[in-house]
Design a protein. Structure first.
Length: 406
């Protein structure tokens, strides 16, 4: 299989896409809050949405639209989630798509909309549509255009999140690019954020859906910041086919090469999101291995990654392995504490009943000073293994979320 190469880039890196981001004062003055992503022609498309039963109007609208398998444009805004806004919210989502299609001269059935921000407030449609028109005038294919679009969907994010990878398929260089927003309200139950992925590969909608599902399992569904799942979570994948490869319509070497590139981009974005968790000071990978099954390993890893007690101990640089093992114990996974081991970056904290002494604790203290480390729990019960990306829980997380709407 062709080697995947990670390069600098974003949603404009793949052939056939333009983007823009502008300030429309949806909530704040002087910051980008309306993004527009447009393909040169209708693209094969796939999407995954939140499983939260309280789903925002854009999610309800997009679920129906993307089922058609063809998308050409995405209009997105920050500052207002258009969630819990009733019939008016759904009418606003439809109107935004309709007017965007008219301005671009494309089929309204080929336009998706996405919103992020405060729940329960109506979209300021005049500002949103004015922003869309300004974004249309600013569309471009450069990295700067992609970055402007990314900044327009940021809320509590402190930094942009972009990724890009290339791979050779059928003698043609294929590019996969992406951008994402998300630093809080993150739970691995799809989709955990807003994500826009583009590729110039030729892939059928059915195989796009398959590739996206597989990539998400290893990336966005392996990510926890605080255990809260948003009402607006959406990930979109558009394939222009401009790379000129023979269309990928079934499994095989070409599909695996594409899937690997897509997964690399999604994993990069997921890791960036964990690193930028609201108030985060540490990026932590939680790995559970030796479980009776992969499902048990995932269950245990997520329990640790979501544990406020474990996360605050990491913030305090305290190798409190007891909190880690306790989370595994209540996760529902099979566990026998006399067989289990807990490591921080390979340094053991608990080993089949043996507890770290002062000398061992000194080694662990050095690990906890790092900005990034891995917590490994080995259950010694089977071959199941799973990893989850997460972060610590700091004082700033409380301040950010205590003041979010006021």
């Amino acid at each position: 299989m062709s080697t995947v190469k990670i390069i600098m880039g974003g949603v404009c890196s793949a052939k056939g896409f333009r983007a823009a981001g502008v300030a429309a004062e949806i909530k704040y003055k002087g910051r980008n809050d309306v993004a527009l992503l447009v393909a040169d022609a209708p693209c094969a498309a796939a999407a995954v949405f939140t499983t939260n039963k309280v789903a925002a109007a854009p999610v309800l609208y997009d679920r129906e639209v993307v089922a058609g398998g063809k998308i050409q444009a995405i209009l997105a805004n920050s500052g207002c989630a258009n969630a819990c806004t009733g019939a008016q919210g759904l009418r606003d989502a439809k109107l935004a798509a309709l007017v965007t299609a008219g301005e671009l001269g494309i089929d309204p059935k080929h336009v998706l909309v996405a919103s992020t921000g405060v729940i329960g407030r109506p979209l300021p449609m005049d500002r949103l549509l004015a922003g869309m028109r300004a974004a249309k005038a600013a569309l471009g294919r450069t990295a700067a255009h992609g970055l402007a679009a990314e900044k327009a969907v940021m809320t509590t994010d402190t930094r942009p999140k972009q990724a890009c990878a290339t791979v050779v398929i059928g003698g043609k260089k294929v590019t996969v690019g992406g951008m994402a927003k998300g630093s809080g309200m993150i739970e691995p139950n799809m989709a955990t954020m807003l994500g826009f992925l583009t590729t110039d590969a030729a892939v059928t909608p059915a195989m796009l859906r398959r590739a996206l599902k597989l990539a998400i399992a290893k990336s966005f569904n392996s990510l926890v910041v605080d255990g809260d799942e948003s009402t607006n979570d959406s990930v979109f994948l558009l394939a222009s086919g401009a790379a000129g490869n023979a269309p990928i319509a079934r499994g095989g070497a070409d599909f695996e090469a594409f899937r690997a590139a897509l997964e690399a981009v999604c994993v990069s974005l997921a890791r960036q999101m964990a690193t930028d968790g609201e108030g985060a000071t540490k990026f932590v990978t939680v790995t559970v291995k030796g479980a009776v099954s992969e499902k048990d390993a995932a269950r245990a890893a997520r329990a640790v990654a979501k544990s406020p007690l474990a996360k605050t101990s990491w913030f305090g640089r305290d190798p409190n392995w007891g909190r880690v093992l306790a989370a595994v114990g209540y996760s529902g996974a099979a566990v026998e504490d006399r067989e289990a081991e807990v490591f921080y970056d390979g340094v053991w904290a608990f080993r089949r009943g043996e507890v770290a002494d002062e000398k061992q604790l000194a080694k662990l203290a050095k690990v906890l000073k790092k900005d990034a480390f891995e917590v490994v729990v080995d259950l010694h019960l089977g071959n199941g293994e799973s990893s989850v990306y997460t972060c610590d829980l700091s004082l700033d997380y409380v301040h950010i979320n205590a003041d979010y709407t006021t």
